[in-house]
Structure formats: structure tokens, C-alpha cells
Design a protein around this ligand. Structure first.
Ligand SMILES: [Fe+2]
Ligand SMILES: [Fe+2]
Length: 192
């Protein structure tokens, strides 16, 4: 009930580009997990009056931190350090669609984060298919399943706090925006 489809499928070339500089991909992936945990914790702080959101976001933050720990372990085992933080162009463009200073601010954040997790689900699944090393394959298959849970969690919360027609109308707009953003950005050795 909380599932949806993306409107621009990632092409198989993305996995090839990412695999061609897999160290850079891992560095970006680690940063994504750390930022996801941070965003979840910022939601915890902003909405103390919403217990289900607080519970869900604390669980999410802890899971994203566990993913961060796993990616960092993989990197350190390879002798690879974290890269300097860079703005993720995909996230930056998507967040620019959020209506600030309005009662729709929470809705827009929940939907944007849901779409980001939905895209993560798609791409980690593709990475799981594309990698040869069985351990790394399993890792990305497992992360793809986690992203599925995360995107439906955000959708569930959106439906809890807003009427279904309001949620669906905005999701429709944001999915078109996200598809346009994905089509305009070149593939990089990065999650987005
Ligand atoms: Fe994660
Ligand atoms: Fe996630």
C-alpha cells in the first residue's frame, strides 16, 4: 500500500561507471549512510510532538549508522579513507523542491526522503546484480531490502499525518521532478 514506482529507470551503465571506480563509489556510499542517519536524527529533533515519527526515525538513524559502520569497515579493510564531504547534486536538487515555511514542509520532507530511499533501493539492487564478489553482492542485496523498508516507512508516516489525496497529489509531482533530475545528471562513481 505504501509502495510506488520511480519514473526514470537507472540504466545498466550506471553500475558500470560505479564499478569502474569502486573506491570512489564506496566513499560516496559511506557519506550517504552517514548523512541519512543525520537527517533521521534532525527529524527526531524537529518533531518531538509526533511519537511514531520519533520512534521510526531513531530506529532508522541507528540502522543507517549500522550501514555506515559496515561500509567504513569494508573501506578500512581495503586501506581506503573517507573522502572530503561534497554536496550530492541529486539530493541538493531534490531538496530544492521542499516547500519551506509551510504546513507542507513535513509532508515534502517525508516524500523526498521516501523517494531518495526508493532510488537507493533501485541502485543497491542493481549493484548487487552487477558485482561478482559474493560477499559484496550479498551486502548490496541486503541494503536494497533495507532501502525498501525505509522508503515505505517514510510513506507510512506521510499517510499518518496527511490526507491520502494530499499525499498522492504531491507524490505525483515529486516523482516527475525526481525523474527529471535523474535524467539531467550524468552517471558518476556514486550512489546518485
Ligand atoms: Fe542505509
Ligand atoms: Fe536507507
Amino acid at each position: 500500500m505504501f509502495e510506488f514506482e520511480l519514473r526514470a529507470a537507472t540504466k545498466p551503465e550506471w553500475a558500470e561507471v560505479a564499478k569502474a571506480d569502486f573506491d570512489a563509489f564506496l566513499q560516496d556510499h559511506a557519506a550517504c549512510e552517514r548523512k541519512a542517519a543525520g537527517l533521521a536524527m534532525s527529524m527526531v529533533q524537529h518533531y518531538p510532538d509526533k511519537p511514531d515519527l520519533v520512534r521510526g526515525m531513531i530506529d532508522l538513524a541507528m540502522e543507517e549508522m549500522a550501514h555506515f559502520r559496515e561500509v567504513i569497515k569494508i573501506m578500512l579493510d581495503k586501506g581506503l579513507q573517507q573522502a572530503n564531504d561534497e554536496k550530492d547534486p541529486y539530493i541538493k536538487l531534490l531538496l530544492s523542491t521542499v516547500r519551506r515555511n509551510s504546513e507542507m514542509y513535513l509532508l515534502d520532507r517525508l516524500l523526498v526522503f521516501s523517494i531518495v530511499e526508493r532510488r537507493g533501493h533501485e541502485r543497491f539492487h542493481m549493484m548487487g546484480e552487477a558485482l561478482e564478489d559474493p560477499k559484496m553482492k550479498d551486502f548490496y542485496v541486503r541494503l536494497a531490502k533495507a532501502e525498501h523498508r525505509h522508503y515505505t516507512l517514510f510513506m507510512k508516516l506521510a499517510h499518518q499525518y496527511y490526507d491520502a489525496d494530499v499525499v498522492n497529489a504531491r507524490l505525483d509531482v515529486l516523482l516527475d521532478e525526481e525523474a527529471a533530475i535523474v535524467k539531467q545528471l550524468p552517471y558518476r562513481a556514486a550512489v546518485h
